[in-house]
Design a protein around this ligand. Structure first.
Ligand code: GLN
Length: 483
């Protein structure tokens, strides 16, 4: 038995039956990191020594997940451990407190194995915009893992952590999950607390699970979901047990397929695999119907206006005085501000701040920001209308499979297109999952996205679970660490 190939629900069963111990698990993961990290480069900070110490002292009474390892995206604050957002600006930032999700992770008895690489401040779709390193896709090391949670997705795919947390503002959980052949769930806006998540675009950001399978995603969502007084956008709704949704049955479920997501720009092999998946759902007894979501065409432009506007405001605090890196090169206060920001931020972050400041400036506010907010309302309305008819909406997660390192990093527009299928979900505040639905002719994973109505994570999980059981992706395909 190879411990690092097991899912968390399998690990838990084996722990319970005393087939393996917490030390076995910890040691296996540390060996795996020592073996694979040099190729994959998923971690900003590894905590292997700390994990060993913790593992030695685990009695099993610490919580439901005592001794289960996890990896955390490096924009989620961890008390006493660096939280860098993969930026020079926060290279040495040690959070004095835990994010609310981390309190829950710690209470469950889990052991944090490390902080995972990402695009700087979660801006990007390939993890190439990290200040520290470029993470590689375990299926083919010459390709990107996607982004911005590329470290989280690659670490799970490579078996260096059994599961991880990511964050998703426009696709950053789902798109890397799709590129790395794992499961990524972006919860409904307000379901998971954002307290202690370094803000990129506050009205869009959500933390969510990246896992090997759907059952693990439901389990991790159970841990992190719930009302939090420290986050004013956190919703106070009745708690659900998402594992109850995992029944192997989609009979009678109504799935809508928006034709706009299957048109120009979608790679033919991706399209073919998605069409096959639609047939699979039909075979399993779901009702699948095509419809039009024509506002989708405007979602990407709307997203980049809103996200950049909010980012320009959120990142104002990193000025070398209040927060973050301070330049050594200054003669006066103005120099400190200007040079700290010039030296501390990378090119993509600067681009977003400039764009965001522009769309919020007095002469352009009405033409761009206000317009984008109006379109946002229309996007929400179109989804509301769709959910009157359908339980779920099915689309590709990304128009392509993982692309080669270096092929898009100098072309922001090309990079932005990687999220064309995911951003509208954040604009509307909806939940969505990406699960692998097959591979292309080059053995690279393809992701399918299932979008649900607000707080209907259970429906998404049910449909994803049934599909996963049907196609058995993990039994048939594995990352090869191709060089
Ligand atoms: N790729 C998108 C962007 O760069 C999404 C990022 C995210 O979800 N954090 O904005």
């Amino acid at each position: 038995m190879n411990i690092t190939e097991l899912t968390v629900h399998e690990l838990k069963d084996k722990l319970k039956n005393k087939e393996i111990s917490v030390m076995d698990i910890t040691n296996s993961y540390i060996d795996r990191i020592n073996d694979k990290e040099k190729d994959v480069q998923a971690f900003v900070t590894t905590l292997t020594q700390e994990a060993l110490e913790q593992a030695k002292n685990i009695s099993g009474e610490e919580g439901e997940y005592a001794g289960i390892p996890i990896g955390i995206k490096d924009n989620i604050c961890t008390k006493g451990i660096k939280t860098t957002c993969s930026s020079k600006m926060l290279e040495n930032f040690v959070a004095p407190y835990d994010a609310s999700v981390m309190e829950k992770i710690n209470q469950s008895g889990m052991i944090t194995l490390g902080k995972l690489n990402m695009d700087e401040f979660a801006m990007g779709a390939s993890t190439e915009y990290s200040y520290f390193k470029k993470t590689r896709n375990p299926w083919n090391l010459n390709t990107v893992p996607g982004g911005s949670s590329g470290g989280s997705a690659a670490a799970v795919a490579a078996g260096m952590v059994p599961w991880a947390l990511g964050s998703d503002t426009g696709g950053s959980i789902r798109q890397p999950a799709s590129f790395c052949g794992v499961v990524g769930l972006k919860p409904t806006y307000g379901l998971v607390s954002r307290y202690g998540l370094v803000a990129f675009a506050s009205s869009l950001d959500q933390i969510g699970p990246i896992t090997k399978d759907v059952e693990d995603a439901a389990m991790l969502l159970n841990i992190i979901a719930g009302h939090d007084e420290k986050d004013t956008t956190s919703e106070n709704i009745e708690k659900k047990d998402y594992t109850k949704a995992l029944i192997q049955d989609v009979k009678g479920m109504k799935i809508g397929v928006p034709r706009e997501y299957f048109g120009e720009g979608i790679n033919p092999e991706v399209k073919a695999k998605l069409e096959e998946s639609i047939q699979t759902y039909k075979k399993m007894g779901a009702e699948v119907e095509e419809f039009s979501l024509d506002i989708a065409e405007y979602a990407l432009a709307t997203y980049y206006i809103i996200a950049c506007a909010e980012a320009s405001s959120n990142l104002g605090r990193f000025d070398g005085i209040r927060y973050g890196y301070r330049t050594k090169n200054f003669k006066n206060l103005k120099d400190i501000y200007r040079n700290s920001r010039t030296e501390g931020f990378g090119a993509e972050v600067k681009r977003r701040i400039i764009l965001g400041t522009y769309v919020l400036s007095s002469g352009y506010y009405d033409a761009y920001y206000k317009k984008a907010q109006q379109v946002r309302t229309l996007v929400k309305k179109e989804f509301d209308k769709a959910f009157e008819k359908y339980d779920l909406i099915l689309t590709p997660t990304s128009p392509t499979v993982a692309f080669e390192i270096g092929t898009r990093s100098n072309n922001p527009l090309e990079m932005y297109l990687a999220d064309i299928c995911t951003v509208s979900v954040n604009i509307a505040g909806l939940p969505a999952i990406s699960i692998p639905c097959g591979v292309n002719s080059d053995n690279m994973p393809i992701g399918m996205q299932l979008i649900g109505n607000k707080f209907e994570e259970d429906k998404i999980l049910r449909a994803a679970y049934a599909f996963e059981k049907e196609i058995k992706f993990r039994d048939n395909y594995k990352p090869e660490f191709r060089k």
